[in-house]
Write a protein that binds this ligand. Sequence first.
Ligand code: PRP
Length: 180
Amino acid sequence: MSVLISDEQIEILISESEIKARINHLAKEISDTYKKSDQLVVIGLLRGSFIFIADLVRRLNLPVEVDFITVSSYGNEMESSRQVRIIKDLETSIKNRDVLVVEDIIDTGHTLAQVLQIMQTRKPKSLSVCTLLNKPSRREIEVTVRWTGFDIPDEFVIGYGIDYAQQGRNLPHIGFVHRP
Ligand code: PRP
């Protein structure tokens, strides 16, 4: 069953310009960190990271390779099933490569923890994480995150790649969803 979200249910949490400014800052730090790297592999977790990774890589002052992995743990539910399924794997070999995993949001941490475990078995030279949003109060498993855009409270968010029942990914800002 599809759920329609009206504009009135969405309250802006992080504006388009705030997102842009933060990404500029993150991109500068990441560019500095990997300036001596051979060729960084930037991996986006689909679908949620597609807008963030697109904006982030365009601001990196580095040669990068971009690849995607699709895993799903939420479906259309509000709570995680805690089960990660790989739907589409990488096409790039990450062995001996510097790898940056890009996430839209870390909630319990289970998705990322399992993805990082899989990546580690492929023996990258280095493996780091950049997430746009982080909900520290929801964490159930420890994950090391090198770059975070914004820590946010435990509210359901939408926009800038993040969906509610597959809606709202195309919003230019990030908003809270007020449920009726
Ligand atoms: C979301 C998000 C993260 C994960 C975070 O993905 O993109 O990958 O949930 O939750 P966790 O920290 O509790 O594991 P989702 O499964 O909703 O898929 P999507 O990226 O296609 O929206």
